[in-house]
Ligand binder design. Structure first.
Ligand SMILES: NC(=O)c1ccc[n+]([C@@H]2O[C@H](COP(=O)([O-])OP(=O)(O)OC[C@H]3O[C@@H](n4cnc5c(N)ncnc54)[C@H](OP(=O)(O)O)[C@@H]3O)[C@@H](O)[C@H]2O)c1
Length: 282
């Protein structure tokens, strides 16, 4: 598995396996174990997915050394604010049954964000978290929060794929040496994307499927991707992207597919209200 270097010299596997919307108590355990067997070494979970404990069990049972596996988790909004966040971090460590988390993110940009960030900074300094980052941060939200941060985030995990290229955000993140991570790298299974003519024609040319072309393009863009598949063949295929390379012209052809739009707008007050209302514990 190829890796990228983060701004604190931590190495992160370029493709991770996302476990969003996979239930706990079995299905996430099975999916994580299958992903590790298929060669993934990077698992992306979150307190809000309520499946950290299955990820922890699968990592333990995989027989792979803990330090060879990169685990990302995220703090949920209900645990924002300095004191709550300290407890939230401990809860994630306990649920994952691990001494440290490789990367821990503030999942959503609402509530007492900077209080929670301070707790992440302290856990980072204490070695409980090896890298800290942000998610769903737009340029406006970055400008709102950046001055309250002492430690520069290592990543910003946002919606990103050929239709949603976040060009302005990427420029600002690049200037600050914050690496982008792509959620919905395959457009959450969007048929228009997976059947796009440019992508399908490259898939034929390289004897790959459309998903692999998209994931290779994301890799060559320098962005970490988190594809999810419950299909064993696609799960394997989604990391089999390192034996070919797209040319500059092919990269440009995919860059031209950007719509400048995203399905999720973190600045929409309706999203803030909806997400602030989601409780993951009493
Ligand atoms: N930070 C955030 O707020 C946030 C938000 C959303 C997601 N995420 C992260 O991003 C991860 C990925 O999101 P996602 O799973 O919804 O989106 P995705 O990976 O873009 O899409 C998954 C869908 O694509 C299909 N698929 C997978 N590989 C394929 C291939 N090679 N060819 C064609 N179809 C393929 C899957 O179906 P099959 O299962 O049938 O293969 C599934 O329906 C999540 O698990 C989570 O870790 C983070």
């Amino acid at each position: 598995m190829k890796t990228f270097e983060l701004n604190n010299q931590t190495m992160i596997p370029a493709v991770g396996f996302g476990v969003f919307q996979i239930p706990n108590n079995g299905p996430t355990y099975d999916a994580t174990l299958a992903a590790l067997k298929a060669g993934y070494r990077h698992i992306d979970t979150a307190a809000g997915y309520m499946n950290e404990s299955d990820v922890g069990k699968a990592v333990k049972d995989s027989g792979i050394a803990r330090e060879e596996i990169f685990i990302t988790s995220k703090l949920w909004l209900q645990d924002y604010g300095y004191e709550n966040a300290k407890k939230g971090i401990e809860n994630s460590l306990k649920a994952l049954d691990t001494d440290y988390i490789d990367l821990y993110l503030l999942h959503q940009p609402y509530g007492d964000y900077l209080g929670a960030w301070k707790a992440l900074e302290e856990a980072y300094q204490a070695g409980k978290i090896k890298a800290i980052g942000i998610s769903n941060i737009t340029v406006n939200l970055w400008n709102k929060f950046k001055d309250g941060m002492t430690i520069m985030p290592a990543v910003n995990q946002v919606e990103f794929n050929p239709f949603t290229q976040q060009k302005e955000l990427r420029k600002v993140m690049d200037e600050n040496n914050i690496r982008l991570e792509a959620w919905f790298p395959l457009g959450h299974g969007n048929k228009d994307l997976l059947e796009n003519e440019t992508i399908v024609s490259l898939a034929h040319q390289y004897n790959k499927n459309a998903g692999q072309i998209i994931l290779r393009w994301i890799y060559q863009e320098g962005v970490i991707s988190l594809p999810k598949s419950t299909n064993p063949e696609r799960m394997k295929g989604n990391i089999d992207i390192f034996d070919f390379a797209l040319t500059d012209d092919e990269m440009k052809a995919i860059q031209a597919l950007d719509t400048g739009k995203a399905t999720h707008n973190p600045e929409d007050p309706a999203n803030e209200t909806r997400l602030m209302g989601l409780k993951i514990h009493d």
